[in-house]
Design a protein around this ligand. Structure first.
Ligand code: CA2
Length: 150
């Protein structure tokens, strides 16, 4: 049987991870996060696709594709977290598992970051664990999917 596919999706500005505001987002880059998630996915017996986009429609298109192909989505929607009903609508049309990740602890920050549209759909939310949050999210999805050693 083929390995379950999990998508990791990253929204606007997360391409700047590790390059600006290290006091908030740390020093690891998106490429570092992708490398550690790929190693972990292999260990957990998961197939992984990793994407980042600054365009809302591209994230929505990946979620639509996932309806046919993927068992789980890890998503850091970036600033769209707090604004995008469309992203929530797309996730509501996806039947697999969803884990929302924020590198920073959004509840300790400005009030406008305290509400997440995506949290209305997410099966779990991880915020403030730094970039380790992505690995925790992948482990959670693996456990929910009954993957090996999860
Ligand atoms: O903490 C997170 O992961 C966020 O999703 C990041 C978003 C922010 O709007 C959310 O409230 C919380 C921002 C992504 C921008 O990332 C940057 C990284 C480094 C430098 C500048 C921006």
């Amino acid at each position: 049987m083929s390995a379950p596919l999990v998508l990791i999706l990253n929204g606007p500005n997360l391409n700047l991870l590790g390059k600006r505001q290290p006091e908030i987002y740390g020093r690891e880059t998106m490429a570092d996060v992708e490398a550690s998630c790929r190693a972990l996915a292999t260990a957990l017996g998961l197939d992984l696709r990793f994407h980042q986009s600054n365009r809302e429609y591209e994230l929505i298109d990946w979620i639509h594709e996932a309806r046919e192909t993927a068992r789980g989505i890890v998503i850091n929607p970036g600033g769209l977290t707090h604004t995008s009903v469309s992203l929530l609508d797309a996730l509501n049309a996806f039947e697999g598992r969803v884990v929302e990740v924020h590198v920073s602890q959004i509840h300790k920050r400005e009030a406008f970051r305290h509400h997440s549209y995506v949290s209305h759909r997410a099966d779990a939310v991880i915020a403030g664990a730094g970039t380790q949050g992505y690995e925790l999210a992948l482990r959670r999805i693996a456990r929910l999917l009954g993957a090996k050693d999860a």
